[in-house]
Write a protein that binds this ligand. Structure first.
Ligand code: GTB
Length: 217
């Protein structure tokens, strides 16, 4: 059965692939699973039809037969469990790949989201200029830890590319315009390796086509 995911009708990122449908698209492309996309407006996301799929009124969602899922991490994990290619066969390696998914969303991402809030939503707030350097230092701490873990030899976080890398690269991509990634060349190279994967490129092009169509309408 072909799953259907939801994505922004008009992504505020204008096609940079930063909204979280990108992680789901990428996972589906990695495992070779075709999918349909239902585009939703900000208004539609808050209507009962979408809230029945995601109580928080956000994208992405995932529907497959009688299964409806929300939370990009849960969706990527579901895809990785159902298909070969995103989780190792060895049980311990599999558990570590899942740990990296959690690390991406619950350890690495929080200060990155704080930065987005400071830059976008608190742009005019009087505390913004004091707060941003503090947030950047919290991000640097995580990037330094990742940098030490990757060292000079590791292409991926734990052996072969996994769902852990997919989620981590997705989280780190939000830093691309901040300049912070470039302070850690091996982490920047890690993100570039993720973006160079053919499955990433297919997913990126698909979401870009939506943004282009929206900008022409
Ligand atoms: N924890 C959830 C998950 O991982 O699925 C978070 C879902 C979420 O935040 N969805 C966002 C959304 O639907 C889109 S991805 N927001 C609309 C709403 O809640 O009303 C977050 C996002 C949005 C925009 C950019 N951007 O413009 O750069 C980047 C990321």
């Amino acid at each position: 059965m072909t799953p259907t995911i939801t994505a922004f009708e008009r992504s505020p990122d204008g096609g940079r692939g930063l909204a979280r449908d990108m992680q789901v698209r990428w996972a589906l492309e990695e495992v070779g699973q075709p999918y349909d996309v239902r585009l939703v407006s900000f208004t539609a996301m808050k209507q009962p039809g979408h809230l029945a799929l995601n109580p928080f009124g956000s994208i992405p969602t995932y529907e497959e037969g009688d299964l409806a899922l929300f939370e990009s991490g849960a969706i990527v994990l579901h895809i990785a469990v159902r298909h070969a290619g995103l989780l190792p066969d060895d049980a311990n390696a599999r558990a570590r790949a899942v740990a990296w998914m959690f690390a991406a969303y619950s350890t690495v991402e929080p200060p990155i989201l704080e930065r987005a809030t400071a830059v976008i939503l608190e742009h005019d707030a009087p505390w913004r200029d004091e707060r941003l350097p503090l947030v950047d230092d919290r991000i640097r701490k995580r990037l330094a830890e990742l940098s030490r873990h990757l060292g000079s030899d590791c292409d991926w976080l734990d052996g072969a590319f996994s769902a852990g890398d997919l989620v981590m690269v997705g989280v780190l991509r939000r830093l691309q315009r901040s300049g912070l990634l470039n302070e850690f060349p091996n982490v920047a190279a890690y993100v570039a390796r993720g973006e160079a994967r053919p499955a990433f490129k297919r997913a990126f092009e698909a979401q870009l086509a939506v943004a282009m169509a929206a900008s022409n309408s």
